[in-house]
Design a protein around this ligand. Structure first.
Ligand code: ADP
Length: 484
């Protein structure tokens, strides 16, 4: 709608200016014509009077000549006629000093002169007709004609022009406004509304303006654009659907592969002890064994059953992922307990467990049991990675999350050893279930996958840095709330 106002405004302004210029020019021209007519008439009358006066003056007397002029004033009232002596001009009260000067110079040249003088009752045209009497005396006939009629005419013309201009402008304005709204304003408004609907996702090609102007072509382009966008959107939707279906299929195959790996892992892990158990049990049943032998075989069966129990327990831990039951965990105490619990095993393997500075640790909202299991698994792996002995270092620290959305505190725990390290080709598999490089009976390949699961459940992440022959460091980062 603003566009209509602008267009109407500009046309309105230009029309107003043109009309004003034209009217001013016409009024001026008419005034000039009017003045010219008046002067022409006055000159004709003046010339006729001069000849008459000169005749009377020469054939009769000066007195009679001036009497003729006085008689003239009695017979008609529109034009006043007066005789003036050239010498008397100096004292004439009706003529200003400047005009007088001008008049004297003109009269001395004996030319008919016109003066437009403003009196109290309006403008007057004064015509001075010089008359030379007997080559000596110089006088003039003065004709004074009121210009009221001309002034009235000018006023009426200006008034008419103003009324005409205002009327025309109002009519023009209304017409322009209505047409502007119909031809430009409304179609543009509809196009703007359409763009809004497009941005809201409505791509129906439904805009019809009618006619054959540029706006209509624009609307047609809009519709065409909507159709193309619609086609593109449909194409993207179909492709996305296809991609999702493919992804689902992939996930399904991956799940099948994982189940397969799990099954073969379980079969492999349980197969060996089961074979041993079955073999020994068969021997006990079929062979006539001494009591000593029976006891030995029973001990082997017991040991293998224990091993299978351990595997099944770990499998249960792995599968029984539960959401962490957070409570205020006194970290200092937890770390000391773990060290005390594992110290005997470590000593047996010539390993020392070193706990870093933990006095600054405050209680944190964590699942105590799960974090304990994580640390035990990592320390046990570290001990097993140092067959010739070494040092396991545990460090923990709390860092402020900083400003903004991530201002949660961060608990970082590192467990490092100076053992054999992890080869690059194994590194990417260590968190997979049943991946182990350890001998049968020692490793099940479930420890790190359990650790990984627990850390993820806590919303954290685990990282590993390792160098062959130099050692390994596991870094755990956990977002935590201080519950002190
Ligand atoms: P497991 O200990 O039963 O083998 P894990 O899942 O705990 O199963 O570990 C998987 C593998 O990761 C281990 O067999 C070992 O090769 C490697 N590993 C884990 N921790 C360490 C470590 N601290 N140093 C070297 N290798 C490690």
């Amino acid at each position: 709608m603003k566009l209509t106002i602008k267009i109407t405004g500009v046309i309105f302004l230009v029309t107003t200016l043109l009309l004003i210029v034209d009217t001013t020019y016409s009024v001026r021209r008419e005034i000039e014509l009017f003045d010219h007519d008046m002067q022409h008439d006055a000159k004709l009358l003046g010339d006729a009077l001069r000849r008459l006066i000169m005749n009377v003056w020469e054939n009769s007397s000066e007195l009679e000549a001036i009497q003729v002029i006085d008689n003239l004033n009695e017979t008609q009232s529109n034009i006043k006629v007066r005789w003036i002596w050239f010498d008397d001009l100096k004292n004439d009260p009706f003529i200003s000093p400047a005009s007088r000067q001008f008049l004297m110079s003109i009269l001395s040249r004996q030319e008919t002169t016109f003066l437009n003088i403003k009196h109290q009752d309006g403008h007057y045209l004064h015509t001075f007709v010089p008359v030379q009497i007997e080559h000596v005396k110089l006088g003039a006939i003065e004709l004074s004609e009121t210009m009221t009629q001309r002034d009235r005419y000018v006023k009426t013309t200006i008034l008419h022009a103003v009324i005409l201009i205002v009327g025309l402008l109002m009519l023009n304005g209304i017409l322009l406004w209505l047409l502007g709204r119909k031809i430009v304003g409304r179609p543009l408004q509809r196009l703007v509304e359409k763009t809004r609907r497009i941005s809201d996702g409505d791509l129906t090609a439904d805009i019809v303006l009618g006619g054959n102007d540029e706006l209509n072509k624009l609307a047609a382009s809009f519709n065409q654009m909507c159709e193309r966008l619609n086609e593109a959107r449909e194409k993207v939707r179909l492709e996305t659907e296809k991609r999702i279906a493919t992804l689902e299929q992939l996930r399904h195959s991956e799940r099948l592969a994982t189940v397969g790996r799990l099954a073969s892992g379980i079969a492999h892990e349980l197969g060996t002890p089961l074979n041993v158990v079955a073999g020994r049990a068969k021997l006990i049943v079929t062979e006539s064994l001494t009591e000593q032998e029976s006891k030995e075989f029973a001990a082997i069966i017991h040991e293998q059953a224990e091993r299978m129990t351990k595997i099944i327990r770990q499998l249960l831990d792995f599968s029984r992922r539960r959401t962490p039951q957070r409570s205020a965990v006194p970290l200092q105490m937890l770390l000391r307990q773990i060290k005390e619990m594992l110290d005997p095993i470590a000593r047996k393997n010539k390993v020392e467990i070193v706990l870093g500075e933990i006095s600054h640790l405050t209680p944190m909202a964590l699942d105590r049991e799960q974090i304990q299991q994580v640390l035990i698994n990592l320390v046990m792996n570290a001990i097993q990675a140092m067959p010739a002995g070494g040092v396991v270092q545990i460090h923990a620290q709390i860092e402020d999350g900083g400003e903004g959305a991530s201002k949660e505190k961060q608990l970082t725990i590192t467990v490092s050893d100076n053992g054999e390290g992890i080869s690059p080709e194994h590194k990417e598999h260590i968190f997979e279930p049943f991946f182990t490089t350890k001998d049968i009976g020692i490793g099940t390949g479930l420890g790190l996958s359990i650790v990984h699961g627990i850390i993820e459940e806590h919303g954290g992440h685990i990282d590993v840095k390792s160098e062959r022959g130099k050692g390994t460091t596991f870094i755990i980062s956990l977002p935590v709330d201080s519950t002190t």
